[in-house]
Design a protein around this ligand. Structure first.
Ligand code: FEO
Length: 397
């Protein structure tokens, strides 16, 4: 086994990679795997911060033993109860019967409901401090980022913020653990995919949490997924801040559902017109092909969104229905919308996208374009207008 990885004096990363699980939460593709990060502080009191998913338990306890030898663990701090982090709690109690579990009132309730655990529990409130000897840990309750019990733990000595899911994302840690050791472009994409699909719905609560943490001197961000940020922790905090304010870059995401290629043809046309009008960031997705989690992540990134659907049994094309359901469920705000589509014998695509537009209340550009069976010259002209209007709006935005 590799040597233990130290993130500060006597503080160890004891995370594990999962490249076997196909879907996170049985929903989100893990094409590039995921890491479950846990941390171990060896002070006068030995402390674990979060555990890992149950499928990686054996390797996890090997890592704990590698650092500790026969020494016992005194505390297990539970920042978040979702089973990718709480999965090994029962086993931790089995290995270390004298361990004391540390969490808040809501953690306790979930411990009992999920695992029927009835074990010595130290209940902490906002701002409480746990003295480990050399180090003092302060607890910051950050409810609904993205579960009710979520909290963060701050190490006052080295400014380490153990931030649970916040600032973390998909992607296994393939050798590099720290932000200065990895290709950040890859991880930033995967962190935004995690944020937009899992945490983004609670952006208001993320903003509250960020305000609460503002006064802390954070020198290391140690999340439960993805890299540990020691070189530039402010960078990931600032990305999170922007995403949870619904800020966006100049660019357009076009997503379509097409049965026979006619809606796809319109999408290609609009993309080219956007390019001719100076838009360089254009992402074009076939919703039948690309998983919705990647599409949502790009929509969270860019200001312009153009949605196209053929009619399908008098309704929206099913994969486009999935896309708009996910957008509405995420409650994403401040985007600019264009709509197009196609029908053969009954409408259903465009009319439902228009109903979505009414509900979501994003600014709309151009007239919705609906072609009959295949797009004709007049349909392309309307697509042209929509693309020009979108490009012009983005120049001003
Ligand atoms: Fe990484 Fe909300 O679980």
């Amino acid at each position: 086994m590799n040597n233990p990885i130290s993130i500060a004096e006597q503080v160890y990363w004891i995370g594990v990679n999962d490249r076997e699980t196909a879907l996170f939460e049985n929903l989100w593709p893990l094409d590039k795997g995921v890491a479950y990060n846990s941390y171990l502080i060896v002070d006068k009191k030995v402390t674990l911060l979060d555990t890992v998913k149950i499928n990686k338990m054996e390797l996890y306890f090997e890592k704990v033993r590698q650092v500790l030898g026969d020494r016992e663990v005194d505390y297990l701090i539970i920042n978040h109860m979702e089973p990718d982090h709480s999965g090994a709690i029962k086993e931790a109690i089995h290995y270390f019967p004298n361990i004391q579990i540390v969490g808040n009132r809501k953690t306790l309730e979930m411990l009992q409901n999920f695992y029927g655990i009835d074990h010595p529990f130290y209940c902490v409130g906002d701002g409480d401090i746990l003295d480990l000897g050399e180090r003092k840990l302060q607890f910051h309750l950050t409810p609904m980022v993205h579960w009710p019990e979520t909290m963060m733990t701050y190490d006052q000595r080295d400014g380490i913020l153990f931030s649970m899911d916040a600032f973390g994302g998909f992607g296994s840690l393939d050798g590099g653990i720290f932000d200065d050791e990895v290709n950040l472009e890859f991880y930033e994409d995967e962190i935004r995919r995690y944020f937009s699909n899992i945490v983004g719905k609670y952006s208001g609560m993320v903003q509250k949490a960020l305000k609460k943490l503002q006064g802390l001197d954070v020198r290391i961000v140690a999340p439960t997924h993805g890299p540990v940020w020691r070189e530039n922790p402010k960078h990931i905090i600032s990305l999170y801040d922007g995403w949870s304010r619904y800020e966006a870059e100049k660019g357009v995401v076009i997503v379509y559902g097409s049965m026979y290629g006619n809606t796809a043809k319109m999408a290609e046309y609009i993309a080219r017109r956007l390019s001719e009008n100076g838009i360089t960031n254009i992402r074009l997705f076939d919703s039948s092909k690309t998983h919705v989690s990647y599409i949502i992540s790009e929509i969270w990134r860019f200001k312009g969104v153009i949605l196209g659907s053929c009619a399908y049994n008098t309704g929206l094309f099913p994969t486009m229905e999935t896309v708009i359901n996910k957008i509405e469920n995420s409650a994403l705000k401040n985007r600019i919308l264009g709509i197009f589509g196609n029908y053969s014998w009954s409408g259903g695509g465009v009319i439902n996208l228009e109903a979505f537009s009414e509900r979501i209340k994003w600014e709309k550009v151009g007239e919705s374009v609906e072609a009959k069976s295949s797009p004709k010259e007049e349909d392309f002209k309307k697509c042209d207008l929509m693309a020009r209007e979108m490009a012009a709006r983005l120049q001003d935005a």
